[in-house]
Design a protein around this ligand. Structure first.
Ligand SMILES: Cc1ncc(COP(=O)(O)O)c(C=O)c1O
Length: 293
């Protein structure tokens, strides 16, 4: 089971999106993915504890695992509503399913280590990537010994890759992880991202442009044309034409943002308050071609 809008890499069974209805059997989410490859995947709305309960009550004994981005990142940054991660934990425990935290985006970025842990949640398996490779291609999964022993060569679950354990990625990642600590640079990153979204939301409200800023650690999103969203349905209402005008203005003025409303923005350890202030100054000079009603 996965959440609508959750992205878990280029794996056919998980390149699935929601069909109609609250909690549904999955539809292929990309060309080339056949209906049969997503037949074993259920899709539920993110941040909706009741939908999750409903699907478990219907399919509970067949659900092997739930995979979730604890802070959604591939629909823009949407933090979990209070209690959501704990709800997932207790439901999966009750039905004997595994809970997989996909922290490829959030791990060591939104918090030191796991953002699920930082938010008080727990999981059985965790997927990591990106930050842990210090810019080199890397992926990792981890969990308690009894689960990891299922992987080959100890166990029957095959896993291998030409670049697995690549020495450059391992050396780079190890060097970066050794320099991180729970507060450093996470406190600074959190402060910068908070300043960015709070400042930006205020500026846009003054211009009469609806805006919704989210952030967790140094991960943030400024949604345009909406004032609230907790899941894929909500963020879909964001005004992408307005985003295009905003992106073009910022780009022309030397501020390079992800080129999609639904890609999270990451403040990095190289950024300073002066950079964020410059972003806000440039934003203040934006006059959208298309005003939102
Ligand atoms: C949450 C999440 N999971 C998995 C992946 C896949 O990672 P990779 O592209 O390294 O396979 C991504 C990539 O963006 C991601 O954001």
């Amino acid at each position: 089971m996965k959440c609508d809008g959750g992205y878990h890499g280029h794996s056919d069974a998980l390149l699935a999106e929601a069909g109609s209805g609250v909690a549904t059997l999955a539809l292929p989410g990309a060309r080339g993915v056949t209906p049969n490859s997503v037949r074993d995947t259920l899709v539920v709305p993110y941040n909706d504890p009741e939908a999750m309960t409903t699907v478990f009550s219907q399919h509970g004994e067949h659900i092997a695992a739930v995979i979730v981005e604890p802070v959604a990142g591939n629909i823009g940054c949407i933090p979990p509503v209070p209690g959501y991660l704990n709800h997932l934990r207790s439901l999966t425990r009750e039905y004997g399913s595994l809970l997989i935290a996909d922290e490829v985006m959030t791990g060591y970025r939104a918090a030191y280590g796991s953002v699920t842990h930082a938010l008080g949640g727990a999981f059985d398996l965790i997927c990591l990537g990106k930050i842990i490779g210090a810019g080199f291609p890397v992926g990792a999964c981890a969990g308690r010994k009894s689960l990891m022993e299922h992987l080959a060569p100890q166990g029957p679950v095959y896993q291998a890759g030409t670049m697995s354990g690549h020495r450059f990625a391992m050396a780079g990642g190890s060097a970066v992880l050794g320099r991180l600590s729970p507060g450093d640079p996470y406190d600074t990153l959190g402060g910068l991202a908070a300043h960015l979204v709070t400042g930006a939301t205020e500026i846009l409200m003054e211009k009469g442009i609806p805006a919704y800023g989210t952030h967790i650690g140094g991960m943030c999103t400024l949604f345009l044309g909406i004032t609230e969203a907790h899941a894929h349905d909500g963020v879909r209402k964001a005004d992408t034409a307005l985003f295009g005008s905003y992106h073009a203005h910022m780009f022309r003025n030397g501020i390079l943002l992800p080129p999609s409303q639904f890609e999270a923005v990451f403040v990095s350890a190289a950024h300073t308050m002066a950079d964020i202030d410059r972003y806000l100054t440039v934003l203040g000079e934006w006059s959208p071609h298309q005003h939102h009603a």
